[in-house]
Design a protein around this ligand. Structure first.
Ligand SMILES: [Zn+2]
Ligand SMILES: [Zn+2]
Length: 139
């Protein structure tokens, strides 16, 4: 909890128990969607509604504490924003989202040549089948 508390230090946001629990959930899962956060927190915070969690996620996103991942054909997921830059592998079978550290630094210069576009950063989503799902279908 202390670790996630620090994420709020540079924001005007109060470290409420609900907020810390939400951040803790996202931090421990890596990527979490609204319903999963709600399910996991309902034991300790039975009165915390989906709407309350949604509002908190929205605020945390606004202050740059968390990031929303817009993934095709699945619920939006949230992750802690203060992480090394990375990209995402999305399994179309089980929906698992995996962080991957790829060097895509050559994309910038290519786009500059082709489109005259200055790239600040790129974020890549790769869609496919994860090794778990591949093994399952093979077995
Ligand atoms: Zn999978
Ligand atoms: Zn990620």
């Amino acid at each position: 909890m202390e670790k996630v508390k620090r994420l709020l230090e540079h924001t005007p946001l109060k470290a409420t128990p609900q907020r810390l629990a939400i951040l803790n959930e996202i931090a421990s899962m890596g990527h979490a969607d609204l319903e999963t956060i709600h399910n996991n927190l309902s034991k300790n915070f039975p009165s915390m509604s989906l709407a309350t969690i949604y509002k908190n996620l929205h605020t945390l996103k606004e202050f740059g504490v968390i990031k929303e991942l817009n993934i095709d054909n699945t619920k939006n997921k949230y992750e802690i924003a203060a992480q090394p830059k990375h990209h995402h592998l999305v399994c179309k079978v089980c929906g698992e989202v995996t962080d991957v550290f790829l060097d895509i630094s050559t994309i910038g210069p290519q786009l500059k040549d082709v489109e005259g576009f200055d790239v600040d950063y790129c974020e890549v989503y790769c869609y496919g089948t994860c090794s778990n799902c591949k093994n399952k279908s093979a077995g």
